[in-house]
Structures are given as C-alpha cells and as structure tokens.
Design a protein around this ligand. Structure first.
Ligand code: SIN
Length: 283
C-alpha cells in the first residue's frame, strides 16, 4: 500500500489496497494514521457491495447511522447504517438524499453533541466531469486566521442548525425559525482541539442558520461572514472529480465539504457510511 499526498492543502491517494478484502490491523492503522495527516484519502477502482462497504468502514470505528431520513424510512432498509446520496427517482420516490443541486460547505451532523468523526463515500454511478466534491482544511484555516479574528472567537460557541439538511431542506418535525437566534441544535466551540494531534481547527458546521451564542444577531452574522470568507479560501481546498469505483474517506471534524450541482437528467448514486465521534467537541 502506498500513500501519496496531493499537491494541495489536504488529501492523499492510496494505491495498492483492496478495500473489500484487505482488512488487516496493520493496514487500518496505516490508513487511520494517513487520514489524521492528510484529512481526505482517495482510493480508486474499488468494488464495495454494501456488506463490504460496512466491513471496510468498521476499520475506522463504530458505524454511526445517518441523520433522520427525509422520507421517514431508511433508503436501504436492509442496511440502515448506509446512507444513499443520489438524484435518482424510482417509482416517483427519491432513492437517496441531496438531489442534483449544490450542497453548500458543511460538516456532517454537527447539530448533535458527538458528531461523526469520519465519512466514507463510495461512487457507484457518477456523471462524468460533474458533481465534483470539494474539501477545505480547517486546521490550516485556523492556523492562518488573522489575529483579530482569532481573538474575537476565543471561548465562543456556535449553535449548529439541526433543522435543515445540507441541501437546505427543512427536516421532518422541525419548524422554520424566524431568525438564527432561534436556531435549534448542539452548541460547540468555534475552535476545536484535536485530542490526537494537539492541533486546533475551525469548527463551523454550516453557514445557513448558524448563530454565535450570546452575540446580538448582527454581530453574530458579521463574525460568521468573516470566518466563512476565510474558511473556504482556495488555498485551503482541494476538489475531487469522481469516477465509478472511487472511495473518499474524510475527517468530518477536520474539514468542510461541499458538492457542485450537476445535470439532473444524469444518474449519480453514492453509498455512504460514517463513524461515531469519540467525544464531545472541546476547545
Ligand atoms: C455530502 O456528503 O455532502 C455529499 C457529497 C457528494 O455528494 O459528493
């Protein structure tokens, strides 16, 4: 197995590894170490039927089921720990989440107390040259933060919106808030300490409906706008153009990700797992 860093702020290509069969402790230790260093790992030409995707994912920790399903039942009832990301509609019903639109910058499920630490996304059908997925290194973003912003966010906590998904759709059972001061979701420090490495990262979740605890709304909005303008700067990012058989593994707590929109008439089908976070987010 070989790990080759991309010429970018994050990401590495893993070669010489079969994710369906090569499950030795040594291999997983090497993959977890590489993930902590590079934050996103790309494996190409993999064949991962659902049980194999789950078995491979368990090498990174305990599976964490997806967030509430917008249609009230898991997309794959036989494998409820797998989420489907797709624009395909079968018999009038979407087979997965997110459609074909843009998914804005976000980290997954940060609206809960212990958000998942790792995400694994396997490409089953992808449109060529469209629907790229982007990542931004939030350790690098924190380390490059101007001093005034670093001082301003010290000790502050952010309310992470649990009412909308990353396509902006209101989740079942939630009501639309009047403004971000009414946002419902977990409260986490704006700066996260990574216990494994001792490094700090910006921890922004997603921009829509976010609110910095205790600030007047206008101040919260201005500070969040400044932080987001910084966090998604091109120098912290890398983007991936998908091929069938690709697997991306990323550190959900160390990066933000977003997805480009694509032609809704072409099929895109991805199966996705995530791994439970180890602990609450600490500053
Ligand atoms: C997501 O996990 O937000 C979806 C990424 C993608 O569809 O590429």
């Amino acid at each position: 197995m070989k790990i080759t860093a991309f010429d970018a702020a994050l990401g590495a290509l893993v070669t010489g590894f079969d994710a369906a069969s090569d499950h030795s402790d040594d291999r997983f230790t090497a993959l977890r170490t590489a993930l902590a260093e590079h934050l996103v790992l790309l494996l190409r030409d993999q064949n991962l039927p659902d049980p194999a995707l789950m078995a491979f994912s368990r090498g990174f920790g305990e599976l964490d089921p997806p967030g509430p399903n917008p249609y009230g039942a898991p997309f794959l009832p036989e494998y409820p720990d797998i989420n489907v990301i797709s624009n395909v509609v079968k018999d009038g019903k979407p087979i997965g989440n997110l459609g074909a639109g843009e998914a804005v910058w976000h980290a997954d499920m940060t609206y809960i107390e212990r958000p998942p630490k790792t995400a694994i996304l396997f490409a089953i059908e992808v449109p060529e040259g469209q629907g790229d997925t982007w990542f931004s290194n939030q350790f690098a973003a924190y380390e490059a933060l101007p001093d005034d912003l670093r001082t301003e966010i010290k000790g502050k906590r952010l309310v992470h919106d649990g009412a909308h998904n990353s396509a902006g759709i209101l989740r079942r059972g939630h009501v639309e808030p009047n403004d971000p001061t009414e946002t419902v979701g977990a409260r986490h420090p704006l700066v996260r300490l990574d216990e494994g490495t001792g490094r700090r990262a910006l921890f922004l979740g997603r921009r829509p409906h976010a609110y910095i605890e205790g600030l007047p709304l206008a101040e919260s909005e201005a500070l969040l706008n400044a932080l987001w303008a910084h966090a998604a700067k091109p120098e912290f990012t890398w983007s991936h153009q998908w091929r069938t058989g690709d697997v991306l593994i990323w550190s959900n707590l160390g990066v933000l990700h977003r997805r480009d929109s694509f032609d809704p008439t072409v099929r895109r089908v991805m199966h996705r797992t995530q791994i439970k976070g180890d602990a609450a987010i600490t500053a």
